[in-house]
Design a protein around this ligand. Structure first.
Ligand code: 5AD
Ligand code: SF4
Length: 479
């Protein structure tokens, strides 16, 4: 059997793309290996959102030069956003790379690998750039790659990502995504529903809908318009699916119908990822985010008011072009008041080809970016810990995902050791997406369990499974 080594960096969209590529190569007889030396084919699924991610891939490629010399039959491929962005430049910088394939051309990977091995010629498969044709031809060159896959390809057999849209049309000035992932295109609802039904039939319990701006989803069918709220309502009816989530939301498209759907559909996770990016109107304007801080606050207040117990998370960019100390302090203010469950904080990284790179100098010194990053993170951690402490003594419903990270580090092989009576540390998530760690049994993986929380830090809740007896007591106490 030919062996495939694949390394993935970046967002959930990339994780899904890798899963699907692996699935399509399994069909060709490939099996996975964790050893680059053993592999017949090595693929890197890459990210272009920040420079650092690209640098890491180029140095990983550099380390493969000798491997290729030793075994010219080895096929080395670069897929994903950096492949679309750098194209031939990758062959210039690393001539031993055989394949460069953008995220809109993934269905071609099996064929590209076959060609590369046979002919020893560079194989380039990329989509059209945003100015290289009419909207229609550009859209067609970015194909959504969503073949059906088998359960072994998913993060766990009972959780799956389902893509509902590709691309982005928002053109925030710092962001490379609209140019590498192409125009915003929503998948037809019937395809999404069919995929979800198939997943449910295979035992999948949780579906995470993916889109760059997932709540901008819109499909017109005759005189009916499908929005994300309609899709959630339709998916909610599928038997076997217990939880629905969606990422990432765009603040301006957080409409009332969507908030009402999250509130009213019991299977919908009470969790929203809605990045604000900055707490300063001037910075938001330079970023071309399309909303003011007041508008974001209003949206957030609506979410908190309408959806009891909802957890909201955000992304931030610190040190964006021209960000003053006062502007940064406004970002501290919005974090202080918004009570995000957690925030993903990034130092601005200039991306050639974006409006930001063209219009504004990247003028905040690295040390200042670093300091602001740390300050914001420390504040967010304080808030996360405080809010997690509010869960002490409370009972939550946890969908059990698998062994905890520390359990995995201990190297337990629960396939062999599992069975009645064997305990190990498990991890799962609450309906509001909080991570819960507790002692359990491998056969509880995939179940939804009542857990009482007894400890908490900024990132994790620690709990114990409620036994029926204790459960009754807690119940009668009204906890
Ligand atoms: N520099 C730093 N962070 C960025 N992001 C997007 N582009 C950049 C950039 N050029 C961040 C945003 C986005 C997240 C996925 O990555 O916060 O929400
Ligand atoms: Fe990038 Fe903005 Fe689109 Fe998000 S909404 S992918 S930050 S351009």
């Amino acid at each position: 059997m030919p062996k495939l080594y694949i390394e993935t960096v970046g967002c959930q969209m990339n994780l899904l793309d890798s899963e699907l590529v692996v699935a399509s190569l399994r069909k060709e007889g490939y099996e996975l290996t964790s050893s680059k030396a053993e592999a017949d084919t090595i693929l890197f699924n890459t990210c272009s959102v920040r420079q650092h991610a690209e640098d890491k891939i180029y140095s990983a490629l550099g380390r493969l030069k000798d491997a290729k010399k030793k075994n010219p039959e080895k096929v080395i491929g670069v897929m994903g956003c950096m492949a679309q962005k750098d194209q031939k430049l990758i062959f210039d910088r690393a001539p031993f790379v055989d394949i460069v394939v953008g995220p809109g051309q993934l269905q071609r990977i099996p064929e590209l690998i076959r060609n590369a091995r046979g002919k020893n010629e560079h194989q380039l498969a990329v989509s059209l750039g945003r100015k290289e044709g009419t909207r229609d031809t550009i859209e067609r060159s970015h194909e959504s790659f969503d073949p059906l896959r088998d359960p072994t390809m998913r993060p766990t057999p009972f959780q799956a990502y389902v893509r509902i849209m590709i691309g982005c049309d928002k053109f925030c000035t710092y962001c490379i995504v609209p140019s590498v992932r192409g125009p915003e295109q929503s998948r037809p609802p019937a395809h999404i529903i069919a995929e979800a039904k198939q997943l449910a039939a295979e035992g999948c319990k949780e579906i995470n809908l993916l889109g760059q701006t997932v709540n901008s989803y819109k499909v017109r069918e005759g005189d009916r318009t499908w929005r994300l709220s309609d899709l959630l309502t339709a998916l909610h009816d599928i038997e076997g699916i217990d939880r629905l989530k969606f990422v990432t939301s765009y603040p301006k498209d957080m409409t009332d119908d969507l908030l009402a759907a999250v509130r009213d559909l019991p299977k919908c996770a009470k969790y929203l990822h809605v990045p604000v990016q900055s707490g300063s109107d001037a910075v938001l304007k330079r970023m071309k985010r399309g909303y003011t801080v007041a508008e974001y606050r209003e949206m957030l207040a609506r979410a908190y008011e309408w959806i009891p117990g909802v957890a909201v998370t955000s992304d931030f960019i610190v040190g964006f072009c021209g960000e003053t100390e006062e502007e940064f302090q406004l970002t501290m203010d919005i974090v202080r008041e918004s009570r995000f469950k957690n925030s993903f904080i990034f130092k601005y990284s200039e991306r050639p080809g974006t409006k930001g790179a063209e219009l504004y100098p990247d003028d905040v010194p690295e040390e200042v970016k670093k300091r602001r990053n740390n300050e914001l993170l420390a504040l967010q951690n304080e808030i996360s810990e405080e809010d997690n402490h509010a869960f002490l003594e409370r009972r939550v419903e946890v969908l059990v995902e698998g062994p905890s990270k520390s359990e995995e580090r201990r190297g337990h092989d629960h396939d062999h050791e599992g069975g009645e009576g064997h305990t190990l540390q498990l991890t799962g998530r609450t309906m509001c997406d909080r991570i819960v760690v507790f002692d359990g049994n491998p056969r509880q993986i995939g179940q939804t369990l009542p857990i009482t929380i007894y400890d908490a830090n900024a990132h994790t809740l620690f709990g114990a499974v409620v036994t029926e007896h204790v459960g009754m007591e807690l119940f009668s106490l009204g906890v």
